[in-house]
Design a protein around this ligand. Structure first.
Ligand code: SAM
Length: 225
């Protein structure tokens, strides 16, 4: 079930034409009963496959794709203006290594081949601060359980949020997900962004409003518990 908006401002002509002409070549389709091997989505055989959930305007995804052309990137984002913004970046950078799913990431997670992902980014997911909406939060015991089936051994997940209550929630979820090892167990590590990082429009706004980001990096253990 998808919560949140799919559309924002009316798109300019460039965005519209990228959605019509370029998106169909990059779009990931999920079909009933079929599993997707992400390796098959790329013309080159990617050295690693990374997934970004809710890429927003695509700043982080495009930056990663440019920095690591040998890797393949899957991006999920149902917000059409965000997809158009990523397409503009892809067009400008001429990157060949991004594929896009334009719906709820849970659907894609249910269609991916087991143990096909090396890295997952869940950056500033919607915080859903009201208690009655907690079940909408993307980071949950169930999602991490699903990711244990999709990540390769030693595969990593990067979580970020600017919402203190959601961060507490994330830490608890991680603590209760025994198949993962927390690579950032101490407080001074939570504030450190990865080296290959970019300030997105969303994080910039949060910072200007006085909310700082906290990060958690977790890794799938090789021996399952
Ligand atoms: C707060 S924004 C953060 C955007 C981006 N990660 C960033 O850091 O700039 C959260 C994004 O997650 C997307 N989103 C929400 N639920 C989603 C879902 N179930 N699957 C994929 N994307 C989702 C929203 O459309 C929105 O763009």
């Amino acid at each position: 079930m998808l919560y949140g908006r799919r559309r924002g401002r009316v798109l300019k002509a460039e965005g519209k034409s990228l959605l019509e002409d370029v998106l169909p070549q990059l779009k990931i389709q999920c079909f009933e009963g079929q599993k997707i091997n992400p390796q098959d989505l790329f013309p080159h055989s990617p050295s690693q496959v990374c997934l970004e959930v809710g890429f927003g305007y695509g700043e982080h995804l495009a930056m990663q794709a440019e920095l690591y052309p040998q890797k393949g990137f899957l991006g999920c984002e149902p917000f059409v203006n965000g997809v158009a913004s990523l397409l503009q970046k892809i067009d400008k950078l001429k990157c060949q290594n991004i594929r896009i799913f334009t719906d709820d990431a849970h659907i894609l997670l249910n269609h991916l081949k087991p143990h096909s992902l090396d890295q997952v980014f869940i950056l500033f997911p919607d915080p859903w601060p009201k208690k009655r909406h907690f079940k909408r939060r993307f980071v949950s015991i169930e999602t991490l359980k699903k990711l244990t089936t999709l990540l390769k051994p030693m595969g990593e997940v990067l979580l970020a949020t600017d919402h203190q209550d959601y961060f507490e929630w994330m830490k608890e979820v991680v603590q209760n997900s025994l198949q993962f090892e927390n690579l950032t167990p101490t407080e001074n590590e939570w504030k450190i962004s990865p080296q290959d990082w970019i300030l997105t429009r969303y994080q910039d706004k949060a910072l200007k409003e006085g909310r700082v980001a906290n990060f958690l990096r977790i890794r799938l253990k090789t021996v399952s518990i």
